[in-house]
Design a binder for this molecule. Sequence first.
Ligand code: PHE
Length: 344
Amino acid sequence: MKERLLALKEEALQELAQVANQQQLNDLRIKYLGKKGPLTEILRGMGALSAEERPVIGQVANEVRGAIEEVIEAKQAEYTAAETEARLSAETIDVTLPGRPAARGAVHPLNKVIQEIEDIFIGMGYTVAEGPEVEQDYYNFEALNLPKNHPARDMQDSFYITEEILMRTQTSPVQVRTMEKMNGRAPVKIICPGKVYRRDDDDATHSHMFTQIEGLVIDRNIRMSDLKGTLLQFVQELFGSGTQIRLRPSFFPFTEPSVEVDVTCAMCGGSGCRVCKQTGWLEILGAGMVHPNVLEKGGYDPQEFTGFAFGMGVERVAMLKYDIEDIRHFYTNDLRFLKQFVHL
Ligand code: PHE
């Protein structure tokens, strides 16, 4: 029996020496140490041995079992280490790879110009007001001295929603809303940026929706020279200190007198170029002294109060400032266009 045990050990160790993978090792573990293996069988047969033989054989059997186990454990440790190693190297993160850049948004060029203009007027003590884009005929026209059937309504072809409600054609209705809110108090000093809508066919210089900034000042003793000085200060901050303005007589129903305001061309400095069509001047604003009828409708006594108002197209200002040739670029959200303003 002792010989059988020793032969078994030899055989097992030889086979274990040939083991090539985890599966074979598992098979051998079952074959030699499993419940149906030869070692178990021998140990079970120990009852038939004599009292002298039993401890001797028992000891040999334990030795054989120990020797086989030792080799299996050593092999198992090798396989476990190799497997861990393989997993670790497969899972390695290469921290030296360049990162994927996250796309960053940026302020739209129109909003940038609005912010810049707001900053200039806030610096002069103005506050920013807002009004609805869907507006009542009363605020958009009537209270601005444009009664129904007034021919000047044709200057601004409108999108009507009902007889009395329309998409505002200008930011001027915010003048009236502000006066109502102020309830006769003075001074009023506001600017109002916002979208306006007109029934125009879209092309390089026209859009059915565009952006205006309105200004309104009301107080005692406000004069035309206040308007002129304010606008000169404004354009010099916006376009540069060398910029000049020129006022030309014009007509708006809600101002009297009314003017159109030109600035010296920012592209050529006034010498004449393609942008200013060789005139040296660019029209950017409509303005004037608030009409007495408008003051009265807004709750201000025209005998006591005077004021000025102005309105400008933000797209036009942005197009001049950044030499943009087509107004539609502002609305089509082409990233190739928008990306050019990220760092401005
Ligand atoms: N609302 C006028 C327009 O859209 C501009 C303007 C505003 C003119 C204020 C005078 C005073 O054409």
